[in-house]
Design a binder for this molecule. Structure first.
Ligand code: SF4
Length: 696
C-alpha cells in the first residue's frame, strides 16, 4: 500500500554543486518521497534524476548499522577506545605528521569544520585533505592568485543573461543538468562556444564547437588572447583600472601565433579567428565557464587563469551575464574550500599568518598555540607519505578513493602499509571501506541537519527528515564522540550542535570576503531560499539581499592593491604522451546524469540504474576501430602502462581519431590512469594518458 504523506519539509539536494531545493514529503515526520522545490531560486521547480531519487540510497540493504573492527561488529565504546588508542599510539611514537585524514565535499559545513578543528586544534594532526582536491583545487588556487581570494564571481542568473557562453572542458548538459536548464531559459539567443576534444551532449548544442587536441586548451587560450591583443579587441579601460600584469602578458602571448596555435590544437586559423571575433571586447555579455576538463590537468591552474585572463582583458567580469566562472562538483565543495581546515585555515585564512591564527583562536575560544603554523600536505602528498612510511595512520571520511583515485593499483597497495586505517561512511561495502581496520557507520544526507554552499556561493540548509539506521550516527555526532573519548570535551564544549557550530563559523568569517555574519540562523537561510556569501550584518539590513548577487561589480578585487592579476606560464606537454606502444589517448569523464561519481549511492536506485545501466563502454572513433579490426559492441582489451581491462567497444564519431573515452563511473577505469598532478593545485590529471586497444 502506498504511503500517503501528511506533511512536507524543504531541503537541499546532497549530490552535486548545483544545490537544488527539494520538497520532502513526510509521513508522520519521516520523508517518504522527494520532488523539486518549485520556489527555490536555484532550480525553479526542476531536478535531475538523482534529485528525484535522493531518498532511495538511504534504504539500501547494505547500509552500515554498527562499527566494525577488522570486519566484526563492535559497540561504539569499543570503537572509540580503539580509535583513540591506535591514533594516539601513532602520534606519540612518530609525531604530529604521522597521521592524516582524507575528507569529502559531501559533508555539511559544520561537520567539515568540526573534523578540521578536532584533528588539527585538538588531536594535534597537521595533515588532512579532502576529495575536493580531485575536483576543485585548481579553481581555488587560480582564483586566490588572480583575484586575491577563492571567489567564484557569478550567480546562476548569468546563465540566462549572457550573449555568449564559452564552456571549456565542461559538459553541463549531463554534469550539471539543472544549470543547463538555466542556459536553456536564456532568451537572448546566445552564442554557445564549447571547447572539448569530444562531441559531448553540450557540444552538440553549441553554435561553435572546437574539438581541440586533448590538453591543448592552454595553448588555445593563449592564442585567442594573442588575436584579441593584435586586433585591439581589449577593454583597455577595465584593464588599466582593475588589473595588473597585462603588458607582460601581452608580450608573453606574442609567441602564440595563430599558425602555431592551429598546429598545436588541431584547429584552423579561421576557427581561431571566429572564436576571437565572437568574444572580442565590445561584445555585450560574455561568460566563461569551466569544470573538470580544465581542473583535472597537468597544467590546470594556468589553464584556469588563462580563462580568467580572457574575462579580464575583455572586461567581462562583475556585470550580468559575464564572469570567469568555475562550476563546482560536489554539493559542498564550496564549503570544503572555506571551512575544512585543510590547506586553508578556516574561513579562507592562512595557517602561516600569525594574525590569522590569533583571529581564529579567538573566534573559537581556543589557545592560539593549538593552531598549527603550517598547512597540510595535499592529498597526493599524503599518499606519498604513506608510501614512504612517514604517515602511518589514515582516517577516510565519506569518500571512496579505492575507486576514484588515479592509478588505482598504486593507491590500494599503499593502504597495506598503514598501521591503522579508519573509514567512516554510510556503507561498509565500498571498495575503500572493505579494507578498513576500523569502520565507523555514518548517517547520510537527509539523516542530519547542516548547511551546504553551492557553486554560486549560496548557503542552503539541508534538513534531517529520516533517522539513521541501527547505530549509525551523523558525522557530527561521531566527531563529538571522538572529542570526548580523546579528552577534548572541554575544548569543544561549545560545539554541541550543527547550528551552534554555524554561529562559530560566522565569527571565523568576520572581515573576510566570505563573511556570513549577517546570516542570523538556519531559519533565516530557509526563509530566504538560501543566501549567497558574503552577507555582513549591514548587508542583511538592505532590501534584496537574498536575490542573486555577483562579485566584483565595482571592479575591485581582493588583492592588496584591489587589482586582478594576469598570471601565465609557458605551456608544457602532458606527462604521458602516446607513442608506438600506446598510441591512443584515453580521456575519462562523466558518462551520464543519472549516476554520481563512483555510484556508491546512486547505483542503489533501480530507477537510476535503468536510466544508466551498469555496463560501460569504451568509445572509439570509426577509423581507429576499422584500423584495429574492432566491431561495434565487440569485446576489446584496453591497456595502459599500469593495467589492462576488457570491455565492449562502442564505435562513436563523438571521439576524435587517436582518442578513446571511458566514463569515470566504471570501478576499474582508474586502474588505467596515470598518477600526475598540476604543480600548483596538486589536482590529479585524470583526462590524459596513453593506451592501446586491441580486439579481445
Ligand atoms: Fe540538482 Fe545536482 Fe541534485 Fe541533480 S544532483 S537534483 S542537479 S543538486
Amino acid at each position: 500500500r502506498r504511503l500517503q504523506p501528511n506533511g512536507t519539509a524543504k531541503s537541499i539536494c546532497g549530490f552535486c554543486s548545483t544545490g537544488c531545493g527539494l520538497k520532502l514529503h513526510l509521513k508522520d515526520g519521516v520523508a517518504i518521497n522527494a520532488t523539486p522545490d518549485p520556489d527555490y531560486p536555484v532550480n525553479l521547480g526542476t531536478a535531475c534524476p538523482k534529485g528525484w531519487e535522493a531518498l532511495t540510497p538511504l534504504d539500501a540493504a547494505d547500509r552500515a548499522t554498527t562499527p566494525l573492527l577488522h570486519g566484526q561488529p563492535v559497540d561504539w565504546q569499543t570503537a572509540m577506545n580503539v580509535f583513540c588508542e591506535k591514533m594516539k599510539g601513532v602520534l606519540d611514537q612518530h609525531g604530529p605528521g604521522s597521521a592524516a585524514f582524507i575528507s569529502t565535499g559531501q559533508m555539511m559545513c559544520e561537520e567539515m569544520a568540526f573534523l578540521g578543528s578536532l584533528t588539527k586544534f585538538g588531536m594535534g594532526l597537521i595533515h588532512g585533505d579532502g576529495n575536493t582536491r580531485q575536483c576543485m583545487a585548481t579553481a581555488v588556487t587560480a582564483y586566490k592568485e588572480s583575484f586575491g581570494f577563492d571567489a567564484p564571481p557569478f550567480t546562476y542568473a548569468d546563465f540566462e543573461e549572457s550573449d555568449v557562453m564559452v564552456f571549456i572542458g565542461a559538459n553541463p548538459c549531463i554534469a550539471h543538468p539543472i544549470m543547463w536548464q538555466r542556459v536553456l531559459r536564456n532568451k537572448r539567443q546566445p552564442q554557445i562556444i564549447v571547447v572539448d576534444p569530444r562531441t559531448t551532449e553540450t557540444a552538440m548544442a553549441a553554435t561553435q564547437h572546437y574539438a581541440i587536441q586533448p590538453k591543448s586548451d592552454l595553448t588555445l587560450l593563449y592564442g585567442i588572447a594573442h588575436l584579441l591583443i593584435r586586433e585591439g579587441a581589449v577593454d583597455t579601460q577595465f584593464v588599466s583600472e582593475s588589473t595588473t600584469g597585462f603588458e607582460e602578458f601581452s608580450t608573453f602571448v606574442q609567441a602564440y601565433t595563430p599558425e602555431s596555435v592551429a598546429a598545436a590544437t588541431g584547429l584552423t586559423v579561421a576557427q581561431l579567428q571566429c572564436f576571437a571575433d565572437t568574444i572580442r571586447a565590445g561584445t555585450p555579455r560574455v561568460s566563461f565557464w569551466w569544470t573538470m576538463g580544465v581542473n583535472q590537468s597537468h597544467q590546470a591552474t594556468r589553464t584556469a587563469q588563462a580563462i580568467i585572463n580572457l574575462a579580464l582583458m575583455t572586461g567581462n567580469i562583475g556585470k550580468p551575464g559575464t564572469g570567469a566562472n568555475s562550476i563546482t562538483g560536489q554539493c559542498n565543495a564550496m564549503g570544503s574550500r572555506l571551512f575544512s581546515n585543510t590547506t586553508n585555515l578556516i574561513g579562507g585564512h592562512d595557517f602561516k599568518n600569525p594574525a590569522h591564527r590569533a583571529k581564529i583562536a579567538e573566534a573559537m575560544g581556543f589557545p592560539v598555540e593549538r593552531i598549527p603554523d603550517q598547512p597540510s600536505l595535499a592529498y597526493d602528498q599524503i599518499l606519498e607519505g604513506i608510501e614512504s612510511g612517514k604517515i602511518k595512520a589514515l582516517w577516510i571520511i565519506a569518500t571512496n578513493p579505492s575507486h576514484s583515485w588515479i592509478n588505482q593499483k598504486r593507491f590500494n597497495n599503499l593502504l597495506s602499509k598503514l598501521d591503522f586505517f579508519v573509514v567512516q561512511d554510510m556503507y561498509g561495502t565500498t571498495e575503500t571501506a572493505r579494507q578498513a581496520h576500523l569502520f565507523l557507520p555514518a548517517a547520510a544526507w537527509g539523516e542530519k541537519d547542516g548547511t551546504f554552499i553551492n557553486s554560486e556561493r549560496r548557503i542552503g540548509f539541508s534538513r534531517q527528515v529520516r533517522r539513521a539506521p541501527g547505530q549509525a550516527l551523523s558525522d557530527f555526532r561521531i566527531f563529538r564522540l571522538i572529542a570526548h573519548a580523546w579528552g577534548l570535551g572541554d575544548l569543544f564544549s561549545e560545539w554541541t550542535s550543527p547550528e551552534a557550530v554555524f554561529q562559530i563559523l560566522k565569527r571565523c568569517t568576520q572581515d573576510q570576503p566570505c563573511e556570513i555574519s549577517g546570516i542570523q540562523d538556519y531559519a533565516m537561510i530557509e526563509k530566504s531560499g538560501g543566501i549567497q556569501w558574503p552577507l555582513k550584518v549591514t548587508d542583511a539590513a538592505a532590501p534584496g539581499f537574498a536575490t542573486e548577487r555577483r562579485l566584483f561589480a565595482d571592479g575591485r578585487f581582493f588583492t592588496p592593491d584591489q587589482r586582478a592579476r594576469f598570471i601565465f606560464d609557458p605551456t608544457v606537454p602532458p606527462p604521458e604522451l602516446p607513442d608506438a606502444d600506446f598510441p591512443l589517448i584515453l580521456i575519462t569523464g562523466r558518462g551520464t546524469s543519472a549516476q554520481w561519481h563512483t555510484e556508491t549511492r546512486t547505483a542503489k536506485s533501480e530507477v537510476l540504474r535503468k536510466l544508466a545501466p551498469a555496463e560501460l563502454f569504451l568509445d572509439i572513433h570509426p577509423e581507429d576501430a576499422r584500423q584495429l579490426n574492432i566491431r561495434d559492441m565487440s569485446v576489446v582489451m584496453v591497456e595502459s602502462r599500469r593495467a589492462s581491462l576488457t570491455m565492449k567497444a562502442r564505435i562513436s564519431p563523438g571521439v576524435c581519431q587517436g582518442q578513446v573515452f571511458l566514463p569515470m563511473h566504471d570501478p576499474r577505469v582508474n586502474q588505467l590512469t596515470h598518477w600526475a598532478v598540476d604543480p600548483f593545485s596538486r589536482q590529479p590529471n585524470y583526462k590524459h594518458c596513453a593506451v592501446r586497444v586491441s580486439p579481445s
